[in-house]
Design a protein around this ligand. Structure first.
Ligand code: FES
Length: 124
């Protein structure tokens, strides 16, 4: 498409739309009712294992596989917005995926969660 005749605002809009459509890929991973408050579950999404936590109605999605030895973070204990790996006790921040306590040294991915019409979607 030749946009040479469009003004700068229109061109800016087109550039924004193009950038957004290539960056955001929302994928439904569960229904809101599938993971009640205080619960967590793991899902396979596009080849990745993702842990979904419901903390008092707010959902957080991070990589499920602990970077230490692969423990399942969805099975860990949660205090506030911190999950403790069930295998050797590393802590991860549910908001960012950052490691907060060894023995893990690296964080896990975190994913933006979008709730829409009873669906839990994550941005990949
Ligand atoms: S596997 Fe998670 S702390 Fe070791």
């Amino acid at each position: 498409m030749n946009n040479a005749r469009l003004g700068p605002r229109a061109q800016s809009f087109i550039n924004h739309q193009t950038a957004c459509s290539t960056m955001a890929n929302l994928i439904k991973i569960a229904g809101v009712k599938d993971v009640p408050p205080g619960q967590a579950a793991a899902f396979n999404v596009e080849g990745q294992r993702i842990a979904l936590f419901n903390i008092d109605g707010t959902f957080y999605a991070i990589g499920d596989t602990c970077t230490h030895r692969g423990g399942p973070l969805s099975e860990g204990s949660v205090a506030g917005t911190t999950v403790t790996c069930p295998w050797h006790g590393a802590d991860f921040d549910l908001k960012t995926g950052a490691v907060m306590r060894p023995p893990a040294r690296q964080g896990v991915p975190s994913y933006r969660v979008v709730i829409e019409g009873g669906d839990v979607q994550i941005e990949i």
